[in-house]
Design a protein around this ligand. Structure first.
Ligand SMILES: Nc1nc2c(c(=O)[nH]1)N[C@H]1C(S)=C(S)[C@@H](COP(=O)(O)O)O[C@H]1N2
Ligand SMILES: [Mo]
Length: 262
């Protein structure tokens, strides 16, 4: 029988163990930091996205954002309803946030206002507030959320966007991918994907707390779209346009998420 004469493995001292671990973690740190730096350099050098509708960030970042948007659009189907509340929980004083395109010093007469719907071939459908108010009225009390970090349960009423489409025989237009809305002075504008516009809780609203909208909340007509952040809830709708490409969007141009869904 042969016995192998193995040298007994030398026990490392505590000191040696520490040195060795330090070495391993330091090397790992260098490798990871190098990776992070290279990643950052790659991102920094990569071309900007095509300028136009969105804010001009790096291409790969926008691609990642678009992927997340697609994910959410698939997960949250149209029949997903935003949570609603009893009227008693609605704020009595609804916060007024921002006034682009509805500035108080701007001349605007709600009495002569008409909603302008751009149709094919340059045809414009004009709709008065009275016509809209004659359609079935829908109310909603929900938690209005602004990207700036505040939210408020508020009570709105108006015509469902989908009812408006049906009533004015705009079904063919609603087959397009987007709807764009602008203030009468074109100072503020939003682009909405059609599934969100046709969502059963999306309203062309003319009332808040059972009263006609005051000017600062977008009189005579505003968009209330509970599946989106406040930025998409355009106050004082002047024109509506349909398209298969993304309409321009005030905050998306500044780099905010185009979809801005909740
Ligand atoms: N015309 C117009 N609509 C607008 C805005 C605006 O500046 N101008 N701000 C948006 C933002 S960021 C929010 S949070 C809501 C605020 O609506 P409120 O003032 O009725 O609370 O309106 C949205 N619609
Ligand atoms: Mo907002």
């Amino acid at each position: 029988m042969k016995t192998q004469n193995k040298k007994p493995k030398k026990e490392l001292t505590v000191e040696q163990k520490i040195t060795r671990r330090n070495f391993i973690s330091f090397t790992a740190f260098i490798v990871l930091a190098g990776g992070a730096f290279e990643g950052w350099r790659w991102l920094y050098k990569s071309p900007e996205e095509t300028a136009g509708i969105t804010g001009g960030t790096r291409g790969p970042l926008r691609r990642a954002l678009n992927k997340t948007e697609l994910f959410f659009r698939r997960v949250f189907s149209d029949n997903h309803l935003v949570k609603t509340y009893p009227k008693s929980m609605a704020a009595k004083h609804v916060r007024v946030n921002s006034d682009i395109g509805v500035e108080a010093n701007k001349k605007f007469d709600p009495a002569t206002w008409k909603l302008q719907v751009n149709k094919k071939g340059g045809e414009v459908l004009q709709v008065s507030l009275q016509e809209l108010m004659a359609l079935p009225k829908t109310e909603i009390v929900y938690d209005f959320k602004c990207v700036e970090g505040w939210d408020q349960i508020s009570h709105w009423a108006g015509v469902k966007f989908s009812d408006f489409i049906k009533h004015f025989n705009l079904d063919d237009y609603a087959k397009m991918q987007y709807v764009g809305m602008e203030t009468p002075d074109k100072g503020y504008y939003v682009g909405i994907d059609m599934p969100s516009a046709m969502h059963p809780q999306t309203l062309l609203a003319y009332e808040v707390n059972d009263k006609l909208l005051p000017l600062e909340h977008g009189a005579p007509l505003r968009l209330i779209i509970p599946v989106k952040y406040g930025i998409k809830n355009l106050k004082r709708i002047g024109t509506i346009t349909f398209s298969n490409t993304r309409p321009h969007d005030y905050w998306a141009e500044q780099g905010y998420d185009y979809y801005s869904g909740l």
